[in-house]
Design a protein around this ligand. Structure first.
Ligand SMILES: [Zn+2]
Length: 229
C-alpha cells in the first residue's frame, strides 16, 4: 500500500507521507468519478489546488481508488498520463455540470476515452484447479490505462442519481460528493472541515448578535437611568 519509495520524485515542498490529508487528494466523494473531479480542490483555500502535478501523482491516485488497469501498475508505464487524465477530468467536470443544469451533455471526449477500450476477455487457470474469467487491458497508451476510470465516469453519467450528486454547500468549497446518507441530507464535503467551519461561524454569529443585543439593552438602561435622575 505504501508508495514511499516512489515519493522522492514528488515536486516542490509537499511531503508525501500518505497519512496527512493536506498532502494527498481527499477521497470523500463516495464515487471515484467525483473524487476525480475533487483532485482539483478548492476548499479552505482561495486558489484552486491541483493535486495532480505529475504522471506519478496520477498513478498513485489510480492505485488509491483501485482503478489501475488490470489492478496493478503496468510494467511499462506510458508517458503523458497527467495530460490525458486532466483532459478526462475536465471533460467529466463539464458533463456533470451540464447534467446538473439539465443542459445537453457533451460526451464527445468521454466517448473517445471509452473508445480506447481494447479489453480482451480470456480464461486463465486459478488456484485449486479452478478456471478464472479474466479481463485484460492493454496498457500501451495513457488513454488505454485510463479506461477503468473512464468507465467509472461513464457509469456516473449514465446511472448516477443526479439529485444526490451535489457540491459542498460552503461558498468557498467546490468539492463534489454522492450523497449516500440514509436521509439524503448531506451538505458538506466533510463534516470535519466545511461542516465544522459552518458550525463555528454560525456560533460566532449568534454570539455577536447576543452581545450586540446586550450592549444595546445596556445603553437603553443607562439612558433610562439618566432620564430618571
Ligand atoms: Zn467543502
Amino acid at each position: 500500500m505504501s508508495s514511499a519509495s516512489t515519493s522522492s520524485t514528488a515536486s516542490s515542498n509537499t511531503a508525501t507521507s500518505g497519512n496527512n490529508p493536506s498532502d494527498v487528494p481527499r477521497l470523500l466523494a463516495d464515487h471515484p468519478a467525483l473524487d476525480l473531479l475533487n483532485t482539483l480542490e478548492r476548499a479552505l483555500l482561495d486558489a484552486p489546488l491541483d493535486r495532480w502535478q505529475s504522471d506519478e501523482d496520477v498513478w498513485q491516485w489510480l492505485e488509491r481508488v483501485s482503478l489501475l488497469p488490470n489492478g496493478e501498475l503496468p510494467a511499462r508505464r506510458p508517458e503523458g498520463m497527467l495530460d490525458a487524465a486532466v483532459a478526462l477530468r475536465e471533460s467529466l467536470r463539464s458533463a456533470v455540470s451540464q447534467r446538473k443544469r439539465g443542459d445537453a451533455v457533451d460526451v464527445t471526449l468521454l466517448n473517445e476515452y471509452l473508445g480506447a477500450d481494447a479489453c480482451r476477455t480470456l480464461l486463465t487457470a486459478a488456484e485449486g484447479g479452478k478456471i478464472r474469467l479474466a479481463r485484460v487491458y492493454p496498457t500501451d497508451t495513457p488513454m488505454q490505462c485510463l479506461v477503468p476510470l473512464a468507465l467509472s465516469a461513464a457509469d456516473l453519467l449514465a446511472n448516477g442519481d443526479f439529485t444526490l450528486i451535489r457540491q459542498c454547500e460552503s461558498e468557498t468549497c467546490t468539492m463534489w460528493f454522492y450523497d449516500r446518507t440514509r436521509a439524503h441530507r448531506r451538505r458538506w464535503c466533510s463534516m470535519a472541515l466545511c461542516g465544522n467551519r459552518h458550525k463555528v461561524a454560525a456560533y460566532r454569529r449568534r454570539e455577536a448578535n447576543a452581545s450586540a443585543a446586550a450592549s444595546a439593552a445596556g445603553a437603553a438602561n443607562a439612558n433610562n437611568a439618566s432620564d430618571a435622575a
